[in-house]
Design a protein around this ligand. Sequence first.
Ligand SMILES: NC(=O)c1ccc[n+]([C@@H]2O[C@H](COP(=O)([O-])OP(=O)(O)OC[C@H]3O[C@@H](n4cnc5c(N)ncnc54)[C@H](OP(=O)(O)O)[C@@H]3O)[C@@H](O)[C@H]2O)c1
Length: 251
Amino acid sequence: MPFNDKIITLITGANGGIGFELASQLLADGKNFVLLGSRSQEKGEAAVQELKKRSLPGTVELVQVDVSDEQSIAKAAGEVEEKYSRIDALVNNAAIAGETPPTHSLPRRLTAAFLTNSTGPAIVVESFAPLLSKSTAKTPRIVNVTSGAGSISLRLDSENPHQQMKVVPYRMSKAALNMLTACQAYEYGPLGWKVFAFCPGFTASGLSDMNKEELGAKPTREGASPIVDILAGKRDGEHGGFLHAGGQHPW
Ligand SMILES: NC(=O)c1ccc[n+]([C@@H]2O[C@H](COP(=O)([O-])OP(=O)(O)OC[C@H]3O[C@@H](n4cnc5c(N)ncnc54)[C@H](OP(=O)(O)O)[C@@H]3O)[C@@H](O)[C@H]2O)c1
């Protein structure tokens, strides 16, 4: 089988932004096989085509998965199991920032944010854990792409330059993702898996109208590259931590 000697990594929400850039960086190494998750079949196909055009040594295939839809996640897990029997790493990257300024009611915005940013990653890990347990890599890894906006300590810190940013549904859902990371570290750590929360920092992407380099965001490649290091095992000693590029955030 062509993928037997490859490291298979599933990235959710990889049709654009940091997820797409991560896929591209992983594909620079021929041992990587990226399952590019996209909720939109059309956008996912375009992303896979774009990556294939780059003639990178790694392999990429599309997995259609909407993380806010339990059935879509189950279908994706079934398809991956049938085709590849296993995965070696999982990056829960897909997320929504929510509306700024808000137009819908708070309950609706909270529900939407939790569904995609915290419930989704919980179900994705539950559904793909049986495939991670069949990993042929020495160390299966889970990276939950979170945000410093989900840190309770930073929210209360008047020195934090982002303290004025409200986005309550985003903050709450990322705080829940952080707790999920701790629960997964507890659950899967004893099996030898490594689990991380990772914040890319303010990065150019499609997340919001603010995520532009001209407004101070770092280039997308810089937001994504620390995840390549985490997946390569360079930060395994920080299992269960809330990582950023240069260290760790307080919870
Ligand atoms: N950029 C930053 O400054 C920053 C800072 C801290 C943390 N983060 C985190 O970094 C991660 C990547 O975000 P990004 O900045 O690259 O934003 P982005 O460009 O908006 O990418 C988000 C991706 O998630 C996908 N997505 C949204 N809802 C989904 C769903 N229900 N199912 C599957 N995919 C879904 C989007 O797909 P569509 O194209 O279909 O919408 C898109 O591909 C997120 O977890 C974000 O919270 C970003």
